[in-house]
Design a protein around this ligand. Structure first.
Ligand SMILES: C[C@@](CO)(OP(=O)(O)O)[C@H](O)COP(=O)(O)OP(=O)(O)OC[C@H]1O[C@@H](n2ccc(N)nc2=O)[C@H](O)[C@@H]1O
Ligand SMILES: Nc1ncnc2c1ncn2[C@@H]1O[C@H](COP(=O)(O)OP(=O)(O)O)[C@@H](O)[C@H]1O
Length: 273
C-alpha cells in the first residue's frame, strides 16, 4: 500500500504551561500542508524479516529508530498476526523544520498497516497509538484543521476559511531540535486567544497571532526574521514560523503567490491551501 504522508503548519502557537511530566501544554491551530513524503508498506516475501529502505533526504539517527518502523512494531506488539513487512520511505519533507514530517510518517504507517492487514482499528484507537509515538502524531490520523490543546494531542473543532489561500514555505536549512526549542520558552497565556484572533480578517493576524518559538528563537537565528520580512515585502497577508522551526511560511489571500528568489541551499514549497 502506497500513501503520501503530508506535512503540517502551525497557525499561531502558544506554550501555556510546563507539565509535571516535563512536557508542555500548548494552544495552536494545525493545518495539513500538501507537501508529502512517499511511504509504501508491503508484506515481506516468505522467510524475510521486516526491513526499512530509505531514499531521498537523509534522516538523522539510526534507521531502527525511524518512526515508520516504530509504528509498525507498536502494532505488531498488539497484533502478533502481523507478518514481517517491507517498508519503503522516500523522504522529501525537511526534517526538524516544524513541519511534523516524522510524525506524519508514523501516523500514515499506522493507518496504512491498519488498512492493508484489515486490523479494523477505529480512528480513536489509531489516535491512541499515534499519541504514544509523538505529541503531534495524533493530528495526522484525521488530518484536518483543528485547534490543538494539552500536549498538542487533544483537538477541538475550528472553522477557518483558507480555501484558495496561496502559501509559500521556506526551510533555510537550519535544523532545530524540538526539545531544545521548548527549553528556551517561558510558558505564559496568550494575549489574544487563538480562537478569537483567527475569526478576524487575515490582515489582522499579523498583530494578534504569533508563535512563541519564533519569538524565542529569532534573536539567535536572524534568518527567521529575514524570511518573514521578504514575505511581507512581497505582499503576504500573514507570515510566521511553523512549530519549533525553522520553516517559515507566508500566506497570500489569492491563488497567485509571488515569485521569490532564495539562496540555493534553502528548500521551498509553494502551493494553494
Ligand atoms: C512543537 C510542535 C508544535 O506542533 O511541533 P514541531 O515543531 O515538532 O513540528 C510539537 O509540539 C512537537 O511535537 P513532537 O515533535 O511530536 O514532539 P515529541 O516527539 O512528543 O517531543 C519531543 C520533545 O519536545 C518537548 N515537548 C513536546 C511536546 C510538548 N507538548 N511539550 C514538550 O515539552 C519534550 O521535551 C519532548 O521530549
Ligand atoms: N520518518 C522520519 N522522518 C523524519 N524524522 C524522523 C523520522 N523518523 C524518526 N525521525 C526523527 O524525528 C526527528 C524530526 O522529526 P520531524 O517530525 O521531522 O521534526 P519537526 O516536527 O520538528 O519538523 C529527527 O530527530 C529524526 O531523526
Amino acid at each position: 500500500m502506497l500513501v503520501f504522508p503530508n506535512a503540517k503548519l502551525n497557525l499561531g502557537l502558544y506554550v501555556t504551561q510546563r507539565r509535571p511530566d516535563g512536557f508542555h501544554t500548548l494552544e495552536s491551530v494545525f493545518l495539513p500542508l500538501p507537501w508529502t513524503d512517499a511511504l509504501e508498506i508491503l508484506p515481506a516475501p516468505a522467510g524475510q524479516a521486516t526491513s526499512l529502505t530509505l531514499t531521498g533526504r537523509p534522516i538523522p539517527g539510526e534507521p531502527a529508530t525511524n518512526l515508520c518502523l516504530r509504528a509498525y512494531e507498536l502494532l505488531q506488539a498488539d497484533f502478533p498476526q502481523l507478518p514481517p513487512a517491507q517498508i519503503y520511505l522516500h523522504k522529501i519533507v525537511p526534517i526538524g523544520a516544524g513541519l511534523g514530517g516524522g510524525s506524519a510518517d508514523a501516523a500514515f504507517a499506522l493507518k496504512a498497516t491498519n488498512e492493508l492487514f484489515g486490523l479494523n482499528l477505529s480512528v480513536e484507537a489509531l489516535e491512541s497509538y499515534a499519541r504514544y509515538l509523538g505529541s503531534d502524531c495524533a493530528f495526522f490520523i484525521r488530518n484536518q484543521p483543528v485547534l490543538a490543546v494539552e500536549r498538542g494531542d487533544v483537538f477541538e473543532e475550528i472553522s477557518l476559511r483558507l480555501a484558495g489561500t496561496s502559501c509559500v514555505v521556506v526551510y533555510p536549512n537550519l535544523h532545530i531540535s524540538t526539545g531544545e526549542a521548548y527549553a528556551r520558552i517561558t510558558p505564559q497565556l496568550p494575549e489574544h486567544p487563538l480562537r478569537e484572533a483567527l475569526v478576524q480578517p487575515m490582515s489582522m493576524w499579523r498583530n494578534t497571532v504569533s508563535n512563541d518559538f519564533e519569538t524565542a528563537l529569532t534573536p539567535a537565528h536572524p534568518v527567521l526574521a529575514e524570511i518573514k520580512q521578504q514575505f511581507y515585502a512581497a505582499g503576504a497577508t500573514y507570515a510566521s514560523m511553523s512549530g519549533s522551526g525553522s520553516a517559515v511560511y507566508g500566506l497570500w489571500e489569492n491563488e497567485q503567490p509571488p515569485t521569490l528568489a532564495w539562496p540555493a541551499e534553502y528548500t521551498v514549497w509553494q502551493g494553494v491551501l
